[in-house]
Design a protein around this ligand. Structure first.
Ligand code: ATP
Length: 334
């Protein structure tokens, strides 16, 4: 019986990579398969692998193709270049609307302002807000000769978002499972990030598929949780925190957003969403409390007008809050 190309592809699709316990297709792609009589040529493009794992992987493929009748198996393996990023920090929240994108935006510009090389990957593919927060909605990333996207640069931060690539950001993206995985992989791997000190990943709210995919496809080291002081938000935030822990992502800490409102006329502080929820969450879980950000009209206006509130003149409490939180982060990682 002649060996069919489709049979070889089926074998490759169902091959697990030893040690990593991932399917071959989770760490790369099949570039080509050629069958000439009993000889099979396999071309693969993979994430970098150590020599031992690569050798074991080849042996597994050879064994399985031998069972199909192959007598000679030749490999042509190329490796993907992985981005040169020192620290990947995922920003999550339990509930939507607590200010996760606002916090991501302002932390990124605060660190860029300290001369760090910073990027944001907007992984909120169901509601990408980062382009709007940076006033970059009309931008379209250029593509290099090697088919990599060049991030849009605003306020010293490199940005990639699905929002740049869909025609109408108000139309919800209704992708599921494998398409989401592919899109997230591309938003990370097929981007000319250059060298970065920090890549912030703005996750969708909650503990769904995207967060899991990020943990599996990106070498995410750290997580930050954003919550309001309100008890429902804190309860959901604790689920997000546990999700990070289960995925072996080190929790850098909790940020409490919309912590209080200071009346611009009389200076009285009102704790609209209650007080201390974020701090308590941090204490109960033995993770650092990174700081509080006040509720301010300028923050909302900045988000709507595409100017990060860190840059708004006279907006010192918010700027101070983000400066302090950035310094806390830098204490843990540099
Ligand atoms: N500290 C703040 N003061 C005033 N407005 C704020 C503050 N933080 C966030 N906002 C506003 O609240 C709204 C929601 O914020 P944002 O989009 O950052 O939340 P999110 O948690 O990323 O939401 P989601 O992920 O559900 O889309 C925005 O209009 C934003 O400008």
């Amino acid at each position: 019986m002649p060996i069919l190309q489709t049979q070889v592809i089926d074998v490759l699709k169902t091959t697990y990579v030893p040690k990593l316990k991932k399917l071959l297709l989770n760490i790369g792609s099949i570039d080509g398969v050629e069958v000439i009589g009993n000889k099979v040529n396999v071309a693969l493009r993979l994430n970098p692998l150590d020599e031992e794992t690569l050798e074991q992987l080849k042996q597994i493929i050879i064994q399985r193709l031998t069972r199909l009748g192959a007598e000679v198996v030749d490999f042509e393996i190329t490796f993907k270049e992985t981005p040169k990023i020192k620290h990947i920090i995922a920003i999550g929240s339990g509930k939507g609307g607590v200010g996760k994108s606002t916090v991501t935006t302002n932390l990124a510009v605060a660190l860029a302002n300290l001369s760090y090389k910073v990027g944001i990957m907007d992984a909120d593919i169901y509601g990408p807000n980062i382009p709007k927060m940076f006033g970059a909605e009309q931008e379209l990333p250029k593509v290099t000769e090697t088919r990599k996207m060049i991030p849009i640069e605003k306020f010293g931060v490199k940005l990639i978002s699905i929002g740049f690539l869909i025609e109408d950001p108000s139309t919800p993206v209704i992708w599921r499972g494998p398409l989401v995985t592919k899109a997230l992989e591309q938003l990370y791997e097929d981007v000319e990030w250059g060298e970065l000190d920090f890549l912030f990943v703005d996750l969708p709210p909650g503990t769904g598929d995207v967060a899991l995919t990020i943990a599996q496809t990106l070498p995410t080291q750290y997580g930050i949780i954003v919550t309001t002081p309100q008890s429902v938000s804190v309860l959901d935030a604790s689920k997000a925190l546990n999700m990070f822990k289960q995925m072996n992502i080190e929790v850098l800490g909790i940020i409490e957003n919309m912590a209080y409102f200071k009346c611009p006329h009389c200076g009285v502080k009102t704790e609209i969403f209650g007080a201390g929820g974020g701090k308590k969450l941090a204490e109960n879980n033995d993770v650092p409390f990174l700081g509080s950000v006040p509720l301010e009209v300028q923050v909302r206006e900045g988000g709507d007008n595409g100017i990060p509130s860190f840059f708004i003149e006279g907006n010192s409490e918010v700027k101070d809050a983000f400066t302090k939180i950035s310094n806390e982060i830098l204490k843990f990682i540099k």
